[in-house]
Write a protein that binds this ligand. Sequence first.
Ligand SMILES: [Zn+2]
Length: 135
Amino acid sequence: MNEDTKIKCPYCGAWVDETEEVCPQCFAPLRPAKPAKQQGKLLAPTAIASMVLGILSINFSSLIIPGFILSAIGKRKANEGYDAIAANPDTYTGEGMLNAGRITSKVGLILSIVMIPLWIFYIVIYAIALSEGFY
Ligand SMILES: [Zn+2]
């Protein structure tokens, strides 16, 4: 019996051939289970930022210009995240969050555009009210 090819079971202390996956005496696993590749991936660096900026662009869309700015940055961060995943597909993940960032940024942009005629309408009404002496 060659001791070099044997390892000691950490649970029952039996000497087990090192090629064994499980201790034949107590059936304890002798080596840690290999983690799935997906679990080792990191969230793309801009994933959270793109989603937060997209949501903020919706929140600030009623002010038009802040909505445009936040939407543009959110879209850029989402694209940077997709680029990071494309460049390092084994390292980065987070497509779902980047997609959410891209969609919320687009919604923020649309709402900001919709607010323009509404603001013009308010300003015209206010100007008429002023000229008619309501204020
Ligand atoms: Zn054992």
